[in-house]
Structure formats: C-alpha cells, structure tokens
Design a binder for this molecule. Structure first.
Ligand SMILES: [Zn+2]
Ligand SMILES: [Zn+2]
Length: 320
C-alpha cells in the first residue's frame, strides 16, 4: 500500500491531502498532476466538463462487523490516512449511533435505503455495512471516503464520506455526484453539514455540488425526479450512467464473511489493503480493454481523429 501510493519512495502530490498512504485514482482531473496549463480558464459552456469531478455514493450492507467481545482499543494502523473516515469525529457520535440503529431512510417514492430485506438481518452486528463515495468515471475508491454504518444508511454519514472525497477534489471547479436517493439527500445538506461540524472550507463546494440519480435507480423515483435529477438531461454529464459504484461492491462483498469476524482495527486494515489493491489493478488494466473488442485499437484512434476533425469543421452551435 505504501509502495503503490508512492509514500515510501518519497513521492508527494500537490492538491491532495499529504498524509494519505493509499493509492487513489490518477485518471480523475488533478491540478498539478494531469491537467493542462490554463485548464481553469476553459469556457464553462464548452469544455469545462472535462475537468469536473464525477462522484458516486452508495451504501453496502455486506461489509459488516459482528458484535462480539473484542479489543475496543484495536485501531487501524492507517488511521485517517487510509480509506476510512472517522465517525467518532461527528459531534454527537454516540447519540447518532443509538438513534440510527435499524432506522430506515425512505425516498420520494418509498424506495428504502437501508433495504432491510429481512427482519433481523442486522442483529448481532456492531457495523451493519459501509457507505462510500467513489469515482464514478473509473470506479475507484477515494481516500477517507468510506464510512462505517452503525445502523442505517444515514445522510450525515454520507456527508462525512463526501467530505473525505472533496478534500482530494477541492481544487477543481465543478463537482457532480450520483446517489440512488439523491433527491432526498439534497434536502438540508447544508444544515447537516453545519450540525455535523464537517470541514467549513468545503461548504462552498457543497453548495455548488450537483446531486443526481443513477440511471437505473432513477426508475424507482417519481416522474418529477426522473426529469429534475436525470444525468442525461444534465449539462456536461454526457453518457455517465452513475452506477459505477455497484461493480465495486460486487467484488468486495466477497470480503464480508471474513472481515466481519475481525476486530475493528484489523478489519479496517484488511479493507484498506483491498480497496487500495482494487484501485491499483484498475489502473494496471483499464488501458488494455479497447471500447470495442471487434475493432483493433489503432482503427479506433483513426475513427476518433476523423470524428474530431469533423466536429471542428462543423458550424452548429453545440455546447456541453
Ligand atoms: Zn477516477
Ligand atoms: Zn426522488
């Protein structure tokens, strides 16, 4: 983990929390690392979308932790330098925990966030799962953007995960986040942010954050939400479907049966290692798969170049 993040080789990146020791997404826009000079001067109506952050939030109820006699002082070696945000930082942590047990958040159309499929599913658990804010373009975890759920998938805990992701992305100018209950989540977000004493300097970003619904989950919402929060009607969102957080869970659910038996610190260390490895393997392999398996990549490059040429010669008043 330390080697892959570059930490033990003395590599330090600009515009990112310096003490993070896990491997983060290198493909998302990152001033000082992968953006051209003068990117911030781009016309917002034309190509500013190239430099926007696309995030996806979702809860997972397979990465649990059982309630049993263990060492309460067992802490993760990574601490806040890994993928987990610290729920104990919330001012009313204990009250939040007791109040949240078994609570279900409902949305505009009765879609239940906790998805408490079976009565008693969450009995004998300290942690019922996690909520994460991920990069929805490349499917990578953000540092400090995974938060344990002591009960239901409460919005204050999603806020905490969001604050972790925004710490890495605060130097950008546009942010977009999909969440399967985005319409309800957006209500009172600034009130919760203040009550949760989350980083004050991120408030202007939260004010400008565009929260949308993922394309498939959107169908469980009212008609008005399907228009107002639709990715496909949002300027700059392109063909983003907003569901990229789901494949992450499909793989990591397999870790649930082993990590749910661990003590708190060991569980976090194991999951930190898995999430960091996931990000690493994503970067190793994402360039190998061409968009179409039937077409050699060199042909695709030619197609893209010819499309780009035809666009520049077009007279239409296309905007993002
Ligand atoms: Zn990314
Ligand atoms: Zn809705």
């Amino acid at each position: 983990m330390l080697k892959r993040s570059g930490w033990c080789h003395g590599v330090r990146y600009p515009n990112s929390p310096e003490d993070v020791i896990v491997f983060r997404c290198l493909c998302c826009p990152w001033p000082g690392v992968n953006l051209p000079h003068g990117w911030e001067l781009t016309d917002p109506r034309l190509s500013r979308y190239l430099y926007a952050a696309y995030l996806g939030a979702d809860g997972n109820h397979s990465l649990q932790k059982k309630a049993k006699k263990d060492d309460p002082t067992d802490r993760s070696f990574a601490g806040k330098r890994g993928f987990f945000g610290d729920i104990r930082e919330l001012p009313k942590y204990k009250e939040t925990v007791s109040k949240e047990q078994g609570k279900i958040v409902e949305t505009c159309s009765g879609f239940k966030v906790t998805r408490s499929q079976k009565v008693g599913k969450f009995r004998f658990l300290d942690i019922t799962g996690v909520v994460a804010v991920t990069c929805t373009r490349h499917g990578c975890f953000w540092p400090r953007a995974v938060v344990d759920l002591p009960g239901g998938e409460q919005f204050l805990l999603v806020d905490l995960a969001l604050s972790g992701a925004l710490e890495c992305l605060k130097s950008l100018l546009e942010w977009l986040m999909t969440y399967d209950v985005g319409c309800s989540y957006l209500k009172n977000i600034l009130v919760r942010w203040k009550e949760g004493k989350l980083p004050h300097h991120l408030e202007p970003i939260v004010k400008r954050l565009r929260v949308l619904l993922p394309q498939l989950h959107m169908l469980a919402h009212k008609d008005s939400c399907q228009t107002e929060f639709a990715v496909c009607y949002t300027s700059g969102a392109g063909h983003t479907n907003g569901e990229a957080v789901e494949p992450l869970w499909a793989t990591h659910n397999q870790a649930g049966p082993s990590t749910r038996e661990m003590n708190g610190g060991a569980r976090h260390d194991a999951l930190n290692d898995m999430f960091s490895f996931w990000n690493w393997v994503k970067h190793e392999t994402m360039g190998e798969l061409p968009p179409s398996r039937d077409q050699p990549r060199s042909d695709l490059v030619q197609v893209n170049i010819s499309r780009a040429n035809s666009r520049t010669s077009c007279d239409c008043s296309w905007t993002s």
